[in-house]
Unconditional design. Structure first.
Length: 366
């Protein structure tokens, strides 16, 4: 089918025969819009990840991550762990740094008690005896002899120290010796990372890290973080009502593991417990000295109770013996209501004295 149409061509109107199909194709063709060369990149934007590491330190924890002879200090920030050593000169010297966790650090704590005996890194007290009297005419010779003797003693002490350090490094490499304490980090992913430092034969240091993947059904896990005094249980609490109890291997068993196979499996089992309310505080308490097998966990839970038409703080105490089945332990959650003036303590500090713990209020000590 065709029809005649008038079209403008070279400035004159002419009549031409047009096919119907060609007319439909021409009308359906959308003219292309020319690109605007004047478009520019926006002057501002939103970064989706951190490009500059924050230098802010959130925790400073004394910890023996190498051996009892090193007075190590852990400086922990958002995404890094800096280990420094307090030496005999009174200065803090940087030792090693780790910043490849891939996510932020939510909390940190030390596993294991401080080593018994002398304070790590403390200089041994020396007693200097007076030399016998010497004739005044030989003062210069005596002074030279004394300086030579001191130089010789200093050289021998340095050689002995280097030999001792080399021996310790060799033993650590060959026997894979576990340090007295471990640093435990809780990441934003909910994973727990167990850290310590290993010294190689050439004297260089490296971090040894073991990661345990926690259950993912608790948000903000690690907002509360505590380890019991016996270092056999660890608790990580969520800010939204729930916590996990980790049953740990003993440090002696971990040492045997690491010595035999070069790796750690610090956690034996876990137990998840949901709470009716928000966890305000969570701490392990000290048992009586003769009951070192006794485990005591204290929680302060805040929730709105319909019967009282108000928010109520309850102190919930769970206690069990080492190795008990935790299913029965966490079966109930009643707790004791706290007085109004004590319902939101700022801190709970476990004490070894007769009192179970100290509660710091806004204006008083309870």
């Amino acid at each position: 089918m065709a029809f005649q149409s008038s079209v403008l061509r070279d400035g004159e109107w002419v009549t031409q025969t047009v096919n119907f199909q060609d007319a439909l194709k021409a009308s359906s063709t959308t003219p292309k819009v020319a690109s605007d060369p004047s478009l520019k990149a926006p002057e501002c934007g939103i970064l989706s990840r951190t490009i500059i590491e924050s230098p802010v330190v959130h925790w400073i924890l004394p910890v023996c991550l190498r051996s009892r002879s090193h007075n190590d200090i852990a400086f922990i920030g958002d995404r890094f762990v800096q280990i420094s050593e307090l030496r005999d000169d009174g200065q803090v010297h940087e030792v090693i740094r780790k910043a490849d966790f891939g996510t932020r650090i939510r909390n940190a704590i030390v596993l294991g008690g401080p080593p018994k005996g002398d304070i790590p890194g403390a200089a041994a007290a020396s007693i200097k005896t007076e030399d016998a009297d010497v004739p005044m005419k030989d003062v210069a010779e005596a002074k030279e002899a004394k300086e030579a003797k001191e130089a010789k003693e200093a050289k021998e002490a340095k050689e002995a120290k280097e030999a001792s350090e080399g021996k310790e490094a060799k033993e650590a490499e060959e026997k894979r010796v576990l340090p007295p304490q471990l640093l435990v980090l809780m990441l934003e992913t909910g994973d727990a990372v167990f850290l310590f430092i290993q010294e190689r034969l050439d004297g260089t240091l490296r971090f040894v890290a073991t990661t345990f993947q926690s259950p993912r059904n608790l948000q903000f896990l690690g907002y509360h973080f505590s380890i019991d005094p016996s270092s056999r249980y660890m608790s990580a609490g969520s800010a939204e009502g729930g916590f996990i109890i980790y049953e740990l291997e003993s440090l002696s068993h971990m040492s045997t593991q690491y010595e035999s196979c070069g790796s750690l499996k610090p956690i034996k089992s876990t137990r998840v417990r949901l709470t009716q309310g928000v966890i305000h505080k969570m701490e392990f308490l000290y048992p009586r000295p003769e009951d070192d097998y006794h485990i005591i966990l204290l929680l302060i839970i805040v929730r709105r109770e319909v019967s009282k038409q108000a928010h109520v703080s309850r102190m919930v105490v769970y206690d069990w013996e080492l190795g008990d089945e935790l299913t029965a332990v966490f079966r109930s959650e009643k707790g004791t209501p706290l007085p109004k003036e004590h319902r939101m303590p700022l801190m709970i500090i476990p004490s070894k004295s007769i009192l179970p713990s100290w509660q710091f209020q806004n204006t008083r000590l309870a």
